[in-house]
Design a protein around this ligand. Structure first.
Ligand code: V47
Ligand code: SF4
Length: 455
């Protein structure tokens, strides 16, 4: 046996110290004293992640262990040595390998991951937690593709299919302005009856209506589609969009890069190499972009770590990514609705591991829309420093069953951040401090300068 997992691999219920308890309860302290080959590590164990009975055991264990706060769960000596080596790397600022990442994902408890990720988080961003004031626009849900995880798309003739008119697009831009938004985030379906000019005009209409609004629009998958329908190279497509007012690219469409997983969840759309090539091209043209990873469906630890390593490699090359956003899968109304939603522990572990692996990304975003405000708040101590802001009109997660509100006020975001012990700072899309006077704003110092000043 390589790992001591309570209580699924410790079946000696005779140790049950709680008379009448209906679940196996153990006193690992005694067991450990009798088994000195196990080293003591932080209490928390894989059973909390893997067992269906997680909350019950979690509560029981904390109750039992509270009089002995220094007491720790056991890990095999080999694993303890591996973790110690990783810990040394994190403290020294050295890069973690693919194997380190898989080990962290498969064998290390969430509290240890959070503690390590927090070291990196505070090294990079101090005590700051940033957010932005943005509005979403999903101009059409009609889509040629049929990603199995997607609840948003619709067939052209479906009752729920919609496409915005130019007028509606301009109205959304004006609404953004009146709410003091600094950014409009535009993604949608790939409407096969719309020519490339229609997608360019979405950007142009917004830009003409509100020139100061930063337009973060069209994922790598959309750029790939535009290149397909125009038969033009990515560079040309991006240049047309930049001319129309495009400011940066969102990180969607990345899903999981592994080709085998991709063939199960989004068989037909841009493959990982194209997604990466498009972001490289965008960075070469001076556009900044984000990166995402959709987790908690059919993928495994090695796929998540491979995804992070491929992003890290491109970031080494271009430095053009601004933030990384792990996206938790929402199964409702999708072709994968038999898969349960990722647990809160998986959300926190994924954020922490992302922070540890992506040593060349400045920011890790906790997207509260899909995490829920409560997990997003805790995520600020598990590696995240960036909250998507006062998002309004989000559809992609809400169609897939997200129960979060469609928007949070600035006051709510401030309270959420302050309660977490962090200092809120409003940022614009390019991670500069926003200096605000009601709905009017100007860009101030880069966040990195604020972090340096507060160090
Ligand atoms: O690519 C779709 C994901 C992405 C589901 O750059 C789903 O700041 C979970 O790009 N469950 C689009 N996820 C959203 C996106 C994004 C979101 C937040 C911030 C940024 C940014 C970008 O949404 C898709 C896909 O990965 N998605 N359906 C679903 N059922
Ligand atoms: Fe279309 Fe995007 Fe949904 Fe895939 S995730 S079906 S590309 S809207």
């Amino acid at each position: 046996m390589d790992t001591f997992v309570l209580p699924t691999e410790c079946h000696d219920f005779s140790m049950n110290p709680v008379p009448g308890a209906r679940h196996p309860v153990v006193f690992p302290s005694q067991w450990l004293l009798e088994n000195p080959q196990w080293t003591r590590r932080t209490i928390e164990c894989r059973l909390l992640v893997n067992s269906a009975a997680t909350p019950r055991y979690s509560l029981l264990l904390s109750a039992l262990l509270s009089p002995a706060p220094n007491f720790t769960f056991a890990m095999s000596a080999d694993h303890a040595r591996q973790l110690a080596a990783i810990e040394d790397k994190v403290l020294a600022g050295d890069r973690l390998s693919f194997d380190d990442g898989v080990f962290l994902d498969e064998h290390v408890d969430v509290l240890t991951l959070g503690r390590l990720a927090n070291v990196v988080r505070e090294r990079k961003n101090g005590n700051l937690a940033c957010y932005n004031t943005n509005i979403h626009l999903n101009p059409t849900n009609v889509c040629v593709y049929r990603c199995t995880f997607c609840a948003f798309r619709a067939d052209l003739k479906a009752e729920r299919a919609y496409t915005f008119t130019d007028e509606m697009i301009r109205e959304r831009a004006l609404e953004a302005k009146s709410q003091g938004a600094t950014e409009i985030h535009v993604v949608g379906g790939l409407h096969h009856q719309k020519p490339f000019e229609w997608y360019v005009d979405v950007v142009r209409n917004i830009h003409e209506a509100v020139p100061e609004l930063h337009i973060k629009a069209w994922t790598g998958v959309e750029i790939n589609w535009f290149s397909f329908i125009t038969k033009k190279p990515y560079r040309w497509v991006l240049e047309q969009l930049i001319d129309a007012g495009l400011g940066s690219m969102p990180g969607g469409g990345a899903e999981i890069f592994d080709e085998e997983v991709r063939s199960q969840i989004c068989e037909h759309k841009a493959d990982s190499q194209h997604w990466i090539d498009i972001h490289r091209e965008a960075h070469t043209l001076g556009l900044r972009s984000n990166a995402t990873m959709l987790y908690g469906h059919v993928e495994q630890a090695r796929h998540r770590i491979d995804h992070l390593c491929r992003l890290r490699e491109l970031q080494d090359e271009t430095g053009g990514f601004q933030t990384f956003i792990p996206l938790a899968f929402h199964p409702e109304n999708t072709g994968l609705d038999h898969i349960p939603k990722p647990s809160g522990l998986m959300d926190l572990k994924t954020i922490a591991i992302s922070r540890l692996m992506l040593d060349n990304f400045d920011h890790i975003k906790a997207y509260w829309i899909m995490l829920g405000e409560k997990t997003a708040q805790i995520a600020l101590s598990f590696g995240a420093d960036d909250l998507d802001g006062t998002v309004v009109h989000e559809l992609i997660y809400h169609d897939a069953g997200a129960k979060t509100p469609e928007g949070l006020t600035v006051e709510q975001i401030h309270q959420l951040i302050r309660e977490a012990g962090r200092e809120p700072v409003e940022r614009d899309t390019l991670y500069r401090q926003v200096i605000r006077n009601g709905a009017d704003w100007t860009a101030g110092a880069p966040l990195s300068a604020m972090v340096a000043a507060s160090a």
